[in-house]
Write a protein of this length. Structure first.
Length: 353
């Protein structure tokens, strides 16, 4: 039987990957965004989740079997993050007509569940790594917790099943995305190659030498679909990463080699990308013009603030996926291959030279 999906945030890194996989698997896919982009097999839905009436009207004729919430709106403080993002989830779930059959809602959050919000990121008393789902919430306000609470309340009221998915830093393609390490590093490497400056790791010694992991957008999409289709995965929260671990001192050289440059020696000094790339807007415009790239606006490709937050953490971050493995999810994605596949897509789409 054909199934219908609503992907919320379909133009983002995670949403676009989920929508593509669902369409490939034969689902009827509706992609909700404030400014939808054209995607094969995806029916655009224009809605502003900040507006309850607008959201309800946009969803009036859609009866999804599964809903995938892959979006959030960054604000100037965590208090505002909580207020705005809780309202967005509430307006979405209240805007859906009551289901005539089983419905599942999957919410994508992330490792800030364990590390804390941006205002207290990686500070204070943190749970032991590797992070496991049974580790409780931190004693700090966090918009991920507010999103979860809206999901749990609506599920209890309306009777649908749910899953929460906590990826590490996501690798994938989306122009204009607020959290995009893969494209940010591709742009950084390109700027270094084109200008001759050193390809300097921006982060901490703990990240350079310690173990870490990441999440490919395709791996996360497969995990989302698996949770919808696996009854044992309903009403559960899951970590989701690629399945390999690495050290940045190895990965940095792999990325440099792909771009044909040498990695700069690491001296233990944190040199944030926000500082390294602060004056690069005009340089990127010149590179884009010289190579006939389609996006000359550096701010729509690079999100150095977010990459700095991840690469500057003072602790090793490793994620446990035993819970998913025990329930049958066997997806695996080497992280260097995920980076290389993204870089190839960016080059093929004329976003980097």
């Amino acid at each position: 039987m054909a199934k219908t999906a609503l992907v919320v945030g379909a133009s983002g890194i995670v949403g676009s990957a989920a929508a593509a996989l669902l369409a490939e698997q034969g689902w009827t896919v509706h992609g909700l965004a404030r400014r939808p982009v054209a995607q094969d097999g995806v029916r655009p839905v224009v809605a502003d989740l900040h507006d309850a009436a607008n959201t309800r009207a946009a969803l009036a004729d859609i009866a999804p079997d599964a809903v995938f919430i892959t979006t959030w709106a960054r604000q100037d403080s965590e208090a505002e993050n909580i207020r705005v993002n809780a309202v967005m989830v509430r307006n979405l779930l209240n805007g859906l007509t009551p289901a005539t059959g089983p419905r599942h809602v999957a919410l994508v959050t992330g490792l800030k569940h364990y590390l804390g919000p941006f205002e207290a990121y990686g500070k204070g008393s943190l749970p032991q790594t590797p992070f496991r789902e049974e580790q409780g919430r931190l004693d700090v306000e966090n918009f991920y917790y507010a999103q979860e609470d809206e999901l749990f309340a609506a599920a209890a009221h309306d009777g649908f099943t749910w899953s929460v998915h906590r990826p590490h830093t996501v690798i994938g393609k989306a122009v204009g995305n607020a959290m995009n390490m893969g494209t940010t590093l591709a742009v950084h490497a390109t700027l270094c190659r084109e200008t001759g400056r050193p390809f300097v790791f921006p982060g901490s010694a703990a990240q350079w030498h310690g173990l870490t992991d990441m999440t490919d957008a395709g791996q996360l999409a497969r995990h989302l679909l698996w949770a919808v289709e696996t009854p044992a995965a309903h009403d559960e929260a899951f970590n989701v990463v690629n399945g390999d671990i690495f050290r940045w001192e190895w990965m940095w050289g792999r990325i440099a080699a792909w771009f044909g440059i040498a990695p700069a020696p690491f001296d233990g000094v944190v040199r944030p990308l926000e500082t390294q790339m602060a004056g690069d807007a005009q340089t990127w415009r010149e590179i884009a013009a010289r190579h006939q790239l389609i996006e000359p606006d550096l701010s729509r490709l690079a999100s150095p603030w977010h990459s700095d937050a991840d690469l500057g953490r003072p602790i090793e971050v490793v994620t446990d996926m035993s819970k998913s493995r025990r329930l049958g999810f066997t997806g695996y994605q080497p992280t260097d291959d995920a980076f290389f596949a993204l870089f190839g897509r960016l080059r093929a789409d004329r976003l980097i030279p």
